[in-house]
Design a protein. Structure first.
Lengths: 620, 99, 184
């Protein structure tokens, strides 16, 4: 039924293989074309699948396409199969659609890079892995895709491998992601142990009858799955890697660390919502972590000076909103915000990339300024992205974020605390993004570098994404109708004018605050900095989380390692191994005396042996 | 004569050959001792081929002769080479294989 | 039933004598100090063995023994002795030698003991001349066997001889000393 959907996977995989094998010999145009075309094909096939869902009545719940039975071991059976349903098609649309746009943008952004084709082969590899992740029909391939996107992320963060900070950041991201992978694997083990299958549909069907709500087992499963989701989506306490991941090329930040991969955690919870509904405790935990991350990351974003880091913390913060939404059981709202966020965050990153590109790799916003004259188009697109992020009325971010804000109070598990914290997060959002905007685009240039507008191949994707950021919000109802086939419930639209108004004004308050601080002279800013100096330091140093981890985990590990190296290794293991070696040498020296080189002695030994054997023959 | 005669004679010759190999220092004579041992076995084979009324023993003897001929040829060539390089015929002085 | 068969008696006596001669000749090989005498004793030993083969109705192998061993191989030995000079070997008694002789004598005793145990298969009595004559002689019998059942072994033996021929050419052609010089 959906067998053609395999080509969604095959196309980027083929692109990856071709580019990595023959990429070095290709011209830039051809490599770039190949990289984009393979993703474009995936996007077209996804559109076909979407059309079949929209038109076809009987298969609107989707289906599984099985290639063949891969492994059968006892009661365990694993098929090579993909699950094509509204949720996966929805995710694929974002992945391949935004992915395609960012591929095109990369042609311009990476034009001077000597390893152009390697970049595109990695990008294609990422698209393949991410498609595998969302198309997986069972936990096994989900974990495979999960680990592969981690690998792709590692490869792309460390793409400029001559940069030490990039390599370290890649390593950090990889380690954090692997922590999540381990959680996922443990969850899969527990699932298989109790339900005897890993296939999503079978697991969900069986879980409803096997587990009672808030069972020990279901809590364990959901929490371990959550470890994976938190690691991938950079939620507290596994969040430290995302800001460092900005060491990678900007299109990578846009594609992987804003639009697609980091949303995998939200996707995972949405995909497993049947399990999570059986575990309200875990749901509560998700919502709490989500909203705490939202303000936590938002507060850090307010004081950073690296343009990409600000947007990265913003991503964490928005992911926190999504987690809040899924934690409160508003899956389609979360997916809706996921989509709008993919658009405007990709737009922001690509615009930031355009700025960085135009300023010759300058990322510090203190050295930018007045760019609205030299980069008019980038200015407009960045402004649109900022407005959408801040939730300015009638932009896409407004609709999705408003739905989250209002439901954080009105949902079954929602309460005033969640709502208040979410509002605080929204105010911060408006503040930090317009802080960057004012720093970079208004005022006078702060450096001698003359900025130049980016080429058309970078501008066109910006325009497309800007259009989507403005208009995608109106598609909320459609998305809800489409996804209801999977989630079974509609978005709720509680009428509460007071909350709506407060929510609406939250973003505006943030914007006004940014205007107040950054448009009206330095004095007020310096004054605020002095008054709030301790808080400012705390935020600027990212709550010292890295230092705390360093103190709690890295240092003790190093100390233990050094201790063991000095005591156990030198005195125990090395000594034992050395002794074995020298004793063997001594014994073999004794034996080698036997090898005198004298032929007659050898012959004599033979005779002695024959005599001995004959002794046995004759006398026994 | 019975089979025990064959056994005794060939055992004696074999042991004489072994003794010769062990006590002599001249490689040529050591080689001759090896030939003695091979011949004793040949005799054993021929004798028992006769007792068992089977040709197999003779075939074996023939093969041993072939191998012995090849061995003697190669062995003598080696002795010749050793002598040409070392000018010394005492095997006890040839101990480069010492481990 | 005891019946004196003069022919059998003569044959047994001759066999016994030839066997003893062979043993004595072999002792001569290992006891003479001059290599040339050793070689001559070895020739005598070979001829005695050939006679024994004849007495056990193996005419073909006897002929091969004379031609290959007493002829070709011993001629080779004599040539080598002539080439290297038949230096006399001084034989002084040493502990090693006495130990070796002790072990060899032990082995001889053990072999004698095992010889008295008896064959594992019943001995049916010797070939007689008639049986050999029926198949058309020893050479024909061997030939039939060699080229039917043992043809692989035969071919391998011929290959071995070829390898040996090539081997000695290499050994004599590329001597050790110039090789060393070339490596420098």
């Amino acid at each position: 039924m959906f067998s053609y959907c395999w080509f969604i996977l095959i196309s980027p995989l083929a692109g990856f293989v071709l580019l990595s094998w023959f990429g070095n010999g290709m011209s830039r145009q051809r490599a770039g074309f190949l990289g984009c075309a393979s993703v474009g094909i995936s996007f077209l096939i996804t559109l076909i699948a979407l059309t079949s869902f929209l038109l076809g009545g009987e298969n609107e719940k989707g289906g599984i396409s099985t290639l063949y039975n891969w492994v059968t071991a006892g009661s365990f059976s694993l098929n090579m199969s993909i699950l094509v349903d509204p949720l996966s098609v929805f995710m694929l649309l974002i992945i391949t659609g935004v992915g395609f746009v960012i591929h095109v943008y990369s042609i311009g952004y990476m034009e001077k890079d000597p390893e152009f084709s390697r970049f595109f082969s990695y990008l294609n590899f990422f698209i393949f892995s991410m498609s595998l992740l969302v198309l997986a029909a069972d936990f096994f391939f989900l974990i495979v895709g999960w680990a592969l996107v981690g690998l792709a992320s590692y490869l792309l963060i460390g793409f400029w491998k001559e940069k030490t900070s990039a390599v370290l950041a890649a390593r950090k991201a990889f380690v954090m992601n692997v922590i999540g992978d381990v959680g996922m694997v443990i969850a899969a083990f527990i699932i298989f142990d109790h339900l005897g299958t890993l296939s999503f549909l079978e697991v969900f069907a069986a879980a409803k009858t096997t587990f009672r709500p808030n069972d020990d087992t279901i809590l364990l499963i959901t929490v371990f799955l959550l470890v994976g989701a938190f690691a991938k989506s950079a939620q507290i306490p596994l969040h430290t890697w995302l800001a460092d991941a900005m060491e990678g090329p900007t299109p990578v930040s846009a594609l992987i660390h804003a639009a697609t991969m980091v949303t995998a955690g939200v996707y995972l919870i949405a995909r497993c919502h049947v399990l999570y509904e059986l575990a309200p405790f875990t749901m509560y935990l998700i919502a709490t972590v989500g909203v705490v991350t939202a303000i936590f990351a938002g507060s850090m974003a307010m004081v950073q000076y690296d343009i990409k880091r600000v947007i990265a913390y913003s991503t964490m913060s928005q992911l926190g909103f999504m987690f809040l939404a899924v934690g409160l059981g508003m899956y389609s709202i979360a997916m809706f915000h996921l989509m709008t966020h993919a658009f405007f965050k990709a737009l922001l990153f690509l615009s930031a990339g355009s700025v960085i590109h135009g300023l010759n790799e300058e990322q510090d916003i203190r050295k930018m300024g007045g760019l609205r004259h030299s980069m008019p188009i980038t200015h407009i697109t960045f402004l649109i992205g900022s407005l959408a992020l801040a939730g300015f009325p009638l932009t896409s971010g407004f609709f999705s974020k408003e739905a989250i804000l209002i439901n954080s109070y009105h949902a079954d598990m929602g309460n005033i605390v969640f709502w208040a914290m979410a509002i605080l997060g929204a105010i911060m959002t408006g503040f930090y993004i317009f802080r960057v905007y004012f720093y970079a685009f208004s005022g006078q240039p702060r450096t001698d570098v003359t900025a130049h507008e980016s080429p058309l191949i970078m501008i066109a994707p910006l325009g497309l994404l800007a259009f989507l950021s403005l208009t995608a919000g109106f598609g909320g109802g459609m998305i809800d109708d489409f996804l209801v086939n999977y989630f079974g419930t509609h978005m709720s639209h509680p009428d509460d004018v007071l909350l709506e108004t407060i929510g609406l004004s939250a973003g505006l308050i943030g914007i006004v605050g940014a205007v107040g601080f950054y448009m009206t002279g330095k004095d007020r800013l310096e004054f605020a900095k002095q008054i709030l100096a301790p808080l400012y330091d705390l935020l600027f140093n990212k709550y010292y989380i890295d230092e705390i981890y360093d103190f709690l985990i890295v240092k003790p590990t190093r100390a233990t390692g050094a201790f063991l190296e000095k005591r156990a290794e030198r005195l125990g293991i090395d000594f034992a191994v050395d002794q074995v070696g020298s004793q063997v040498r001594e014994v073999s020296r004794l034996i080698s005396l036997w090898q005198s080189g004298s032929v007659r002695l050898y012959a004599f030994n033979m005779i002695v042996g024959v005599v001995t054997i004959l002794m046995f023959v004759v006398f026994l | 004569m019975g089979h025990q005669f064959v056994l005794l004679i060939s055992a004696t010759i074999f042991c004489v050959g072994a003794a010769g190999f062990l006590i002599r220092k001249n490689p040529l004579i050591m080689f001759m001792s090896v030939e003695l041992m091979l011949n004793s076995v040949n005799f054993l084979l021929i004798g028992f081929s006769s007792f068992q009324k089977s040709m197999d023993g003779q075939i074996f003897a023939l093969m041993i002769m072939t191998v012995a001929a090849a061995e003697v040829v190669v062995g003598l060539a080696i002795i010749l080479t050793i002598f040409r390089t070392r000018h010394d015929m005492d095997v006890d002085h040839i101990n480069t294989l010492k481990g | 039933m005891f019946e004196l068969d003069l022919f059998e008696l003569t044959k047994a006596t001759v066999t016994m004598l030839v066997g003893l001669t062979a043993v004595l000749a072999s002792l001569g090989v290992i006891l003479c100090s001059s290599p040339i005498y050793c070689a001559l004793y070895l020739i005598g030993h070979m001829i005695c063995l050939a006679l024994l083969f004849l007495l056990y109705n193996a005419e073909f192998v006897a002929a091969v023994q004379i031609i290959v061993y007493a002829g070709a191989v011993m001629i080779l030995f004599l040539f080598i002795i002539a080439l290297l000079g038949g230096k006399k070997e001084i034989q002084e008694p040493s502990t090693e030698r006495s130990l070796a002789i002790v072990f060899v004598v032990t082995m001889l005793g053990e072999l004698f003991l095992s010889a008295t145990v008896g064959p594992t298969r019943p001995v049916e009595g010797a070939f007689d001349a008639q049986t050999v004559a029926e198949v058309g002689g020893s050479a024909k019998a061997i030939g039939l066997e060699l080229f039917s059942r043992h043809v692989v072994a035969f071919e391998l033996a011929s290959a071995l001889l070829l390898v040996a021929a090539v081997g000695i050419i290499c050994l004599s052609k590329f001597s050790y000393v110039p090789l060393r010089r070339r490596m420098k």
